[in-house]
Design a protein around this ligand. Sequence first.
Ligand code: NAD
Length: 302
Amino acid sequence: MRLGFIGLGNMGGPMCRNLLAAGYDMAVHDVRRAAAAEAERMGAAWAATPAEAGAGRDVVITMLPTPQHVETVLVGPGGLLDALGRGAVWVDMSTSVPAVADRVREVAAGRGVHVLDAPVSGMAAGARAGTLQIFVGGEPEVYERVRPVFEVLGDSDRVMRVGGHGAGYTVKLMINLLWFAHLVATCEVLAIGTSSGVEVGVLRDALLASPAASNFLDRDMLSVLRDGDYDDSFALALACKDLGLANDLAREVKVPAELAALVEQVYRRARRSYGDLAGEMTPIRLWEDLTEVPLRLEPQGV
Ligand code: NAD
């Protein structure tokens, strides 16, 4: 199977390298040529345009920041869409919405081009380790055909088809919305509790032993609590994009989303304060700045 890969950033870079290490023949493209250096060293062919990355390829993966970038790559100048041949599959693994894919399917279906949405969870560390969770929307037969590729990128028991076209995008947006809501709720609780005089480690242990426990507090927030690491591998600008898309989706399906709106505003406030490139857990600093006390565990005694 011959692959194309477009978008070699924090996620796409290591995903592409895992596919090369698994032996796939690969053409790669990014607006930043330097992003492809390691992939080229591993044997990938450089493609100067998205169309070049798609020509003669069986499966072409995009891993791009926003729906606007996906649109540019597909239907902009030198776009991928025109290059995809009969039987080829375009797999969009970006966190996005179905609008672009819907239009591509309309144009491409008559030409026998297939489309899957397959966004991922698991952070850059999961992309490097090949342990991503992958949520696929689209036709079952096309999913089965591409599944061996997904199994290189993710844990096979966590690669799942979640429904028809667009279902993968929806599942991914809902995961992120809940995770960001966990962050906001957890920070509020820790800031109130510690400001009232309870030591942060004690409060955390009590919460983890209670019905209010969460993976966020147990696992994901540890990098902040231990090392002050807010995870720069997922930028606040992208987190705000995801929250905006989740709120758009809620509006589209006419479900009121009071909490989602609030969480988005908190994230936008943090983006304004700490910048586009600050890490996805930087909103924690809003509370740390407010109370003037960083949320940190006491170092473990020796
Ligand atoms: P990133 O910004 O690190 O990488 C995006 C890459 O796309 C960059 O290399 C950029 O140069 C390239 N690019 C931008 N416009 C392009 C164009 N027109 N043509 C070709 N290349 C172009 O972003 P990322 O963190 O790798 O995220 C990619 C997607 O994955 C986003 O949709 C994000 O929401 C999602 N995601 C990210 C994480 C994470 O932890 N970083 C986790 C899950 C999902």
